[in-house]
Design a protein around this ligand. Sequence first.
Ligand code: KIV
Ligand code: ZN
Length: 388
Amino acid sequence: MSERVYIFDTTLRDGEQSPGVSLNVEEKLRIAQQLERLKVDVIEAGFPVASPGDFEAVKRIADEVRGLEVAALARANQRDIDTAWEAIKRAASPRIHTFIATSDIHLKYKLRKSREEVLELAVSAVKHASSYTSNVEFSAEDATRSDLAFLAQVVEAVIEAGARVVNIPDTVGYTVPHEYERIISYLKEHVANIDRAIISVHCHNDLGLAVANSVAAIRAGARQIECTINGIGERAGNAAMEEIVMILRTRQDVFPYHTEINTRQIVPTSRLVSHLTGMVVQPNKAIVGANAFAHESGIHQDGVLKERSTYEIMSPEDVGWSKSAIVLGKHSGRHALKAKLEELGYHLADEELDRVFRRFKELADKKQEIFDEDIEAIVADEVFRLPD
Ligand code: KIV
Ligand code: ZN
């Protein structure tokens, strides 16, 4: 059996930080229930101190969604941690997730604190959170732009203070895969007590590398991945969960790890999140985009109709699509048209098919995409029309 990678979904926290997105309590609860169906390991339900609405949503989720861990975010101070605990204390399995930045750039301009002060705040936050629960996660914000020796010092100290999960975020989507792999390997080598905690990663997509960085970190020893549905999130977004899960599943030969995600719930979850957030999924988005399993060119359609694995590396049904879409357009051939006709219930003689195909090609030259209704109209005209 391959090693387990835990999926920490932050759609309801970092995902909701997407510009223009604001979910109400009922909407958050619906998404949380769907994430439970998807079988994620942890949901970060929100940042309770941020607003009364966020507090209420986290509390409702903690009370009503019982089949997974519910995490609440808190900065490294007593008030945030107390509020986070108040919101999640009735969860079946609550987790406090506390964070502080460790990069010099954040220390100098944002926190205006020395490294010693930050180290002390991190340790006392973890100790305070541990007085409520043993399930404490610590994040070193902007870890990938931090001095590595200082990062290692903080990580060692927070594990000593009780952190069970240590998260090494690429907060501004700055790192690249081989560098991230080196950072995680460095921590594995230089943090004496690292085996007492799960290493987590949390990647933003500013350079389009969030998913690549996440899987590189798994190679180096990370066993929790923080991600969102459809990759939504702050700025260019977070690592897309569906892509990470399907990389691990499709490429077991190079990534011998697994998640417990029920992949058939991926597309329904994507649709729900898109619908409730109003964030449209681009058609060519991997796994969940409308074109992700659509074959337009005649050569590809012919190949897929003969044997799907010619042009499909995953099965669309495995991620929750009902079937691969044969999209008819000017590049489509006779085979694809015949398959579409059969899908619509028409089994034509060769000579009828010739006529319908000729008409179809004429129309395809004038129209970008041919819909089922167009085909129905051609069949009605060419095959079923009574002679004048
Ligand atoms: O991007 C980030 O660093 C975060 C932390 C709060 C984990 O979202
Ligand atoms: Zn983030």
